[in-house]
Design a protein around this ligand. Sequence first.
Ligand SMILES: Cc1ncc(COP(=O)(O)O)c(C=O)c1O
Length: 391
Amino acid sequence: MAYLDHAATTPMLAEALDAYAAAARDVGNPSSLHAAGRYARRLVEESRERIAAALNARPSEVVFTSGGTESDNLAIKGIFWAQRAASLNRTRVIASAVEHHAVLDAVDWLGTHEGATVDLLAVDDTGAVDPGRLGGLIDRYRDEIAVVSVQWANNEVGTVQPIHELARLAAEAGIPFHTDAVQAVGQIPVDFAAGGAAAMTVTGHKLGGPVGVGALLLGRDVACTPLLHGGGQERDVRSGTLDTAGVAAFAVAVEMSVKSQQDYAVRVGALRDELIARVRHAVPDAVFNGAADDRLPGNAHFSFPRCEGDALLLLLDAQGIACSTGSACSAGVAQPSHVLLAMGADDDRARSSLRFTLGHTSTIEDVDALMAALPAAVERARRATAWKTAR
Ligand SMILES: Cc1ncc(COP(=O)(O)O)c(C=O)c1O
């Protein structure tokens, strides 16, 4: 199989798997006082330190969670509730229009159930947010904004956002800024302290760690109302027994992916460029989506006019090529991508798109396999689409 869906989930690194297996053999709740518990606690705290060091945060700023979806929900809802509790005026939430559903739907939920006013920041035709738009909203509603959330990099088209500038604008106005860095860590340089965000989402399974473990990096002074109540673990912000083995493996994966980020970007970026050049050559009317330069190294995204993305995906799958029509989380739901629509694409272009994402196990053979199958698959998908439309 040629696996070209690393943005959905990427294989675990061997070292992370080893760390998982080693820790999973031991018993011990990190909150227990006996020796087994203390051993588990030490492993958790060492892991916290490793993650903090890799991402330039303080260990106390690392709040372990079950992954990206939970971290996004915790940041958006938790910070909103804490801000509104401190000042009843603060009921406005700002997010970009191209966020992952873990952010968009949390924001939407606040609008529907908590009386929040939601502003979605428009993007340009590459998917990038213009900091001037955020600046305009801050000038207008400074004392009403509870939280701003803009992803570090887009999961569908790979566009990298001007996070430092956006975070600075929010910080200057005293507004907490959250960024979903799920797709960014290990792909491009990510520095929590220098980025200037109040909170940042990270997840294990996009960078070579296990599924079901992640973190919210949460500045020490950032008030955040918990979503989960219970044993008071994780600064009382996220109750629940910690997954010691998952946390240990997650830490190894964060450390290794951050350490190898530069080499990764060169190697995988070159493969990605080769893939893009060959797709353009083989399917000259394919439309390249996203930013040319400020882009994740592993992401290539195209619309194939007169094709349905779903049909093309299945035809490629039958040839052993795994790719995606967008984020795995909304795959299966036959809707055009909200990201492409926000970038100004019409319904047809949004529905005819495919995402190819490379990762740490990718080789030129994966690109060769895609190119051996793609032209015929596009032709077949076009015939199927023409037949459907003619009926
Ligand atoms: C940008 C982004 N945020 C959040 C998530 C959700 O993360 P998780 O699968 O760990 O819940 C994803 C996964 O697709 C993502 O790409």
